[in-house]
Design a protein around this ligand. Structure first.
Ligand code: CP3
Length: 341
């Protein structure tokens, strides 16, 4: 069944498009009052993630309200450690917290490569969203990169230094590889099931790529992302590795279609290095704090940097929670207006 708007998929495959497709990382949740209204009726974040009807509703909100060219399924990267046996909590106004973390080999022994059916609620949410979207725009499925998931399992939450997770790469590299392998195998089964349920494109988020030195990034992160990319050949795949400007050359060897750039990265350099990849990004999310005319100018400037290269417009990271949805609409409309040939 063909999509009514397939700009994102065509751009991901490097095909030419009438204009540049646009969506925002973290567009579902975070900024919309309509999201908070649904969220406010529930016991918490997890009920929203685990109830397909609600997850589908908030997935579609940005398509209706912001007029983006793609939906991204409402879920979280942390459903993977939970399915492996390490449950997370979402603490109001603070973020994720793992009551138990991985501190020893025994802790790794007690985890498992999850059976994909543990995450049936995500596939059900995807099926429902696809049916309610009625082919309007593609639906993006996603997972965290193994290194980013590993960091949460070791640190138990966010961190300034990631010293526990990074430290383990020196003190116990073999256990680190053992856990990364388990996360990778779980993730591949999970993504295959997202695709079977209807995901049209997959994005892998390596949010904590930028904390590793280049040699460790190759060995403990890219190696596993590469395994995931090799296993997924059903739909286009995007790799977003925040802060990994030092690894662009190596990312060119990944069997992915699109590389996401954050706002620290130089589009001209990326265009040179990643000649046959589509590039996604990379407006600084803070640009959306500017006035409407400043947002137009910044968006134009960003678009011009990607000229003559296959491009999907986005921010350089997730939209910040205190961003005015009207400013987000201004960004989206600017992409539509200034990129149409
Ligand atoms: O993009 C989307 O809008 C789809 C849904 C989505 C969520 N999390 C929902 C969410 C996606 C793609 C994610 C990915 C995610 N989750 C990442 C990778 C992307 C990135 O931004 O780097 C990471 C690192 C997480 C972990 C996580 N989940 C954190 C750090 C937090 C707390 C603060 C925040 O909003 O980022 C969450 C909670 C979370 N995940 C919320 C939402 C809408 C807010 C929770 C709420 O409604 O109370």
């Amino acid at each position: 069944m063909s999509l009514k708007n397939d700009l994102l998929l065509r751009a991901a495959k490097g095909e030419s498009t009438e204009r540049t497709p646009v969506w925002l990382m973290r567009q579902a949740g975070r900024i919309l009052p309509e999201y908070r209204a649904v969220r406010g009726k529930l016991s918490g974040f997890k009920e929203l993630v685990e109830t397909p009807e609600f997850a589908a509703e908030v997935t579609i909100q940005p398509v209706d309200i912001l007029d983006v060219d793609a939906a991204i399924i409402f879920s979280d990267i942390l459903v993977i450690p939970e399915a492996m046996g390490l449950a997370y909590e979402m603490v109001e106004k603070k973020g994720p917290h793992f009551p138990k973390t991985v501190t020893s080999s025994n802790d790794i022994d007690s985890l498992k490569v999850a059976d994909p059916s543990e995450l049936n609620y995500v596939y059900e949410a995807i099926k429902l969203t696809k049916s309610e979207l009625d082919r309007r725009v593609p639906l993006i499925g996603f997972a965290g990169a193994p290194w980013t998931i590993f960091s949460y399992m070791i640190e138990g939450g966010g961190s300034k230094t990631f010293s526990k997770a990074r430290g383990m790469l020196y003190t116990n590299p073999s256990d680190a590889h053992r856990l990364l392998d388990m996360i990778t195998d779980t993730t591949i089964g999970y993504l295959k099931n997202q695709i079977a349920a209807g995901a049209d494109l997959i994005q892998v988020f390596d949010s904590w790529a930028g904390v590793l030195p280049p040699n460790h990034y190759s060995e403990f992160s890219l190696k596993y992302i590469s395994k995931i990319c090799d296993a997924i050949d059903e739909v286009p795949i995007t790799v977003f590795a925040k802060g990994a400007w030092f690894a662009l050359e190596e990312m060119n060897d990944l069997s992915c279609n699109t590389v996401g750039l954050d706002w620290n990265m130089n589009p001209n350099k990326a265009k040179e290095v990643l000649k046959s990849k589509t590039l996604q990004g990379n407006l600084d999310p803070c640009a959306l704090y500017g006035s409407f005319s400043e947002i137009e100018e910044e968006t134009k400037r960003m678009l011009s940097q990607f000229e003559n290269h296959s491009h999907i417009a986005n921010l350089g990271h997730g939209v910040y929670p205190d961003t005015d949805p009207e400013k987000v609409k201004c960004f989206i409309n600017s992409v539509r207006e200034f990129s149409s040939r």
